[in-house]
Design a protein around this ligand. Sequence first.
Ligand code: SF4
Length: 398
Amino acid sequence: MFERRITRSVDVGGVRVGAGAPISVQSMTTTKTADVEATLEQIYSLAGAGAEIVRCTCNDLAAAEGLARIIPRSPVPIVADIHFQYRLALAALDAGVACLRLNPGNIRKAQHIKAVASEARDRGVPIRIGVNAGSLDPEIEEKFGVTPTALVESAKRELGYFEEIGFDEVKISVKASDVRLMVDAYRMLADAVEFPLHLGVTEAGPPPAGILKATAGIATLLNEGIGDTIRYSLTSDPVEEARAGRQLLEALGLRQRSSLDLIACPSCGRAEVDVISIAAMAQEALENLNLPIQVAVMGCVVNGPGEAKSADLGIAAGRQRGHLFVRGQVVKVVPESEMVEALVDWAKKISSEGVDGALAAADESAAAEAEADRQALLELQGEDANQAEELVRMIRKR
Ligand code: SF4
């Protein structure tokens, strides 16, 4: 586990953020908030994909009215996203939101900010100070440029207003679409304040590049113990954001696995099957089972079972057959055409009987059959399936 930065905490509608609480996953709806049914449908999809807090825009009074109807039916706490109009923050508080997000770059008047913070304080609702590099207060930008210092100064100025009215239920983000800027700003902020931090690379763009950029920023900081809640900002179905957030936390060991983790070898000259399509078929077939297990798809029996021995379940191809293994132990040998089907059957078996139950159900002859296939392939291919010596000879001839 990572040693996490010690922070204060806030309660976002029952989800604790900071002070060592599990790092939570957030996402944001893309529907019109006034469209209550469409927004609720998306919130349910996001919650199903791993989002624990969902933000909705509150950009007009119809949206605030929508929030009032959404909140009692939502499975997760709702945050209202506020830009420009402080009165909409007050309307969102009236609607019963669990948290507000204020952008200090576009709600700048001290009396407006303090009016919102006073109301939030009286209602016990936290506020995220959501600084964005793309919408900095012009005065701050002129003084500091678009720099980590500018982002942190913007957050500190807002904190100053909050302090004046005795409000400290705060979490902070300093997002940028430039990963280096974002990372440096969060590091600086983490040294300056004790409030919990909401991490994100803003406007990361469509996947896969967007996921890479967001992961580069968020994972770098999480590895340093910085960050208490995260959001992937992708130009895509927000369900992908929630899924990516959840998967990142699971990959870093910061949350328990809650769904399928499919690992697969990248394939090479030894591969006995089309690993890419088998892995895709397995992903599709297993994903719907919603089982929190790790499954490996490996292209050859020579290296596959060994390399994926920590997986709960796996399959490796060889001589038109699939060697099915549980935690590295071969339990069954099946025809190549039945590899995916076998994975599904044994995933269900592990789910109902546990790993030990599955191991106890192993075919007695499976291990010997598998070893015979493996030896036969080794003899056929030799140690160098990529024929490196031959290639080196060809290169030298040129
Ligand atoms: S050696 Fe086998 S398991 Fe490893 S990448 Fe090649 S095909 Fe996949």
